[in-house]
Design a protein around this ligand. Structure first.
Ligand SMILES: Nc1ncnc2c1ncn2[C@@H]1O[C@H](COP(=O)(O)OP(=O)(O)OP(=O)(O)O)[C@@H](O)[C@H]1O
Ligand SMILES: [Mg+2]
Length: 248
């Protein structure tokens, strides 16, 4: 059985149909990327997977469990960590406190152990000790991304979710962060789902890519096969991305 299964998932807000029957299977240990235009519902899809949004119909199964099933919901929710599009660090907490906060929610451990785990995670994502006691506003966007990643992996997730991991970063820092995400996922050997509108990110990170358009997955395959795909939307998206990147 696949690790994550979306079965004909629908989600609307008032009269706006955002997800119109998403069906998708993601394998154990796979790095899966969902690509689509801005506003097409990528973040909504991720929030439905995370259980933040309740879906209208269909189901999402992770290891056969569903957030819609009351007796499975808690175990389902514990499987995930997410790196949010805007990092979602707490402004009033230092970088170290941000990571400690996440761990404290899950485990009852001594302050000494808490600090030691948080420091270890921060060092593992390449942050230096000098920034541990600074506030998010006092560090760069790339450092904030690293801190948010440290907080996400400190929860020892089964599935790691990345929402636009390079948005707001310059191309060099974006590349460094992509490398870090790839290394982290590989080291932990876990399943990951990333959503992005950036095909460069998709090509670099992914095992497989799914294209989301008009609330449905219109294509799934390896990033390299996208250029030969006959779906009109995929072709247009690929050609436009190539034009921006100056590829032929
Ligand atoms: N809580 C909400 N209430 C009402 N509408 C919402 C809510 N969240 C998202 N939407 C709507 O759902 C649609 C999809 O939004 P979403 O944030 O998923 O887009 P996206 O694909 O992630 O875009 P981007 O690439 O710009 O991040 C938008 O029209 C948005 O306004
Ligand atoms: Mg989004």
């Amino acid at each position: 059985m696949s690790k994550i299964i979306f079965e004909n998932v629908r989600k609307s807000f008032d009269r706006l149909d955002v997800l119109n029957g998403v069906s998708l299977e993601i394998e154990h240990g796979e790095t899966h990327i969902v690509v689509g235009m801005s506003g097409c519902g990528k973040s909504v899809l991720l929030k439905c997977l995370l259980g933040i949004f309740e879906i209208d119909s269909g189901d999402i199964l992770v290891d056969g469990m569903s957030a819609r099933n009351k007796s499975q919901r808690n175990d389902y929710l514990k499987k995930f960590s997410i790196l949010f599009q805007g990092n979602a660090l707490f402004d009033s907490m230092t970088i170290l406190e941000n990571v400690e906060f996440g761990i404290r929610q899950l485990r009852n451990i001594s302050p000494g152990q808490l600090k030691s785990i948080a420091c270890e995670k921060l060092l593992s994502v390449g942050l230096e000790e000098r920034v541990f006691n600074l506030y998010p506003a006092e560090i760069s966007g790339g450092m904030q991304k690293r801190a948010a990643l440290a907080r996400a992996i400190a929860l020892k997730p089964d599935v790691l979710l990345f929402d636009e991991p390079t948005s707001g970063l310059d191309p060099v820092t974006g590349g460094v962060i992509c490398n870090l995400l790839k290394d982290t996922v590989k080291k932990l050997g876990i399943t990951s789902v990333t959503i992005t509108h950036d095909l460069k990110v998709a090509e670099f990170l992914s095992d497989r890519v799914s294209m989301l358009n008009k609330g449905r997955v219109v294509w799934t395959g390896h990033a390299n096969d996208m250029k030969n795909c006959k779906n009109d939307f995929v072709e247009e998206f690929y050609q436009s991305s190539c034009a921006i990147l100056g590829r032929h």
